[in-house]
Design a protein around this ligand. Structure first.
Ligand code: ARG
Length: 393
């Protein structure tokens, strides 16, 4: 019996390797690590450990697919209750890669290290079940403590890093880094600076602001300060530039799918700059009715991603609408980065609906006197209502 394990290289999933043999009776454990832009070092550690402790290991590079999905997220201004959806969007992509290996290896089951309290189990399993795989979730089924895991690891000759283990659960990829657990579980507790790795604290950020120009083509970012680059480079570079200015920290309470409220801390510098810039460009280009309706579509879109329900046909329908709106979202936005803030300060598009000649205080454009007639009708029903009420009282 063969099982494919979604493998991060951390303690939980490493302990799963012997567990799947001892407690679940598998003869062969195959680990798969999917690269979605987490730190290089994490991928390397996972590969090294997978090769050492499992019967076979695969490292799969899914960064290109992830960037493609992120481009769609940018078009949709992806945002769930203020969360930029990095982990949520990545899970189905990881799951598809795991399935590919499981099929190729003729595996009897797929295992993952998610707990029974989070969203990730749902996002993963929706894909695994779609392909008819039996799913094994040792962390959910066995209620293991960290102490037990360390003991068990030692017994099985698994190295547990001696570095002072931070008491946090961290998930990291190209788009965002999340920190949960430990003392952070008390929402009234102010996080220590040590939880942050991508961002300088706003207090320590440079005293001089920096302006970055983001170029867009059909809703997708294509350049920084006029220099064209691919999505991966662009996001990595922006994480660095904006992170230095302390941009992209979110400390929030989030509604998980299962109904729990959870305290979450995120870092996402590039996401903040790109979504801020993209929204700003949309304001120049889209009609007021498009903007209003798109906000509704965006909310549905984000919820499907958060819930891991991107296989729902509604997701395709929403994307068709979103793509249609993005045809004209080309141009650039300049964003000022300063001590934790990312503020749009200038924008341009050849498809702008802005008409200086019409709106300007200094130019004639439309004869202002036409507004007089419009004003006679504006608010007509409200005036009738108020007059009536006043008469009655
Ligand atoms: N709350 C975020 C989400 O649901 C982040 C989850 C992080 N996952 C993890 N296994 N640490 O997408």
């Amino acid at each position: 019996m063969k099982v494919v394990l979604s493998y991060s290289g951390g303690l939980d999933t490493t302990v799963c390797i012997p567990l799947l043999k001892e407690k679940y009776g598998f003869d062969e454990v195959i680990t798969v690590t999917v690269d979605i832009g987490q730190p290089r070092e994490d991928v390397e550690v996972a590969e090294e450990k997978g090769n050492r402790y499992a019967d076979k290991h695969y490292t799969i590079d899914a960064r290109e697919e992830y960037v493609k999905a992120l481009f769609q997220l940018i078009k949709a201004n992806g945002d769930y209750e203020g969360y930029v959806l990095g982990t949520a969007l990545a899970r189905p992509i990881i799951a598809e890669k795991i399935v590919e290996v499981a099929k190729k290896e003729n595996a009897n089951a797929i295992a993952h290290g998610c707990t029974g309290k989070g969203n990730d189990q749902l996002r993963f399993e929706n894909v695994f079940h779609q392909y008819g795989f039996k799913v094994i979730a040792p962390m959910r089924e066995l209620n293991l403590t960290r102490e037990w895991e360390i003991e068990y690891a030692k017994k099985h000759g698994i190295d547990v890093p001696v570095t002072k283990e931070k008491p946090y659960s961290i998930d990291e990829n190209l788009w965002s880094r999340s920190v949960e657990g430990g003392k952070l579980e008390d929402p009234s507790y102010i996080p220590p600076e040590e939880i942050y790795e991508w961002t300088t604290s706003p207090e320590k950020a440079p005293e001089k602001p920096e302006i970055v120009e983001i170029g867009f083509e059909k809703g997708v970012p294509i350049s920084i300060n006029g220099e064209k680059m691919n999505g991966l480079e662009l996001i990595e570079k922006l994480n660095e530039i904006a992170g230095k200015h302390g941009v992209g920290r979110t400390d929030m309470v989030e509604d998980r799918v299962l109904g729990f409220k959870a305290r979450e801390n995120y870092e996402h510098p590039a996401a903040t700059v790109l979504i801020t810039a993209h929204r700003d460009l949309e304001k120049l280009v889209l009609s007021r009715r498009e903007i209003k309706f798109k906000a509704i579509v965006e909310q549905e879109w984000a919820e499907l991603v958060y819930y891991g329900l991107t296989n729902d046909p509604l997701f395709d329908d929403l994307n068709a609408f979103i793509d249609s709106t993005q045809e004209r979202v080309s141009g650039w936005v300049k964003v000022k980065l300063f001590k934790g803030n990312a503020m749009p300060v200038a924008r341009y598009s050849p498809y702008s609906l802005y008409r200086e000649d019409l709106v300007s205080f200094d130019k004639k454009g439309i004869d202002q006197r036409y507004a007089e007639g419009y004003s006679v009708f504006h608010g007509l029903q409200g005036r009738i209502y108020r007059t009536m009420i006043n008469r009655e009282s």
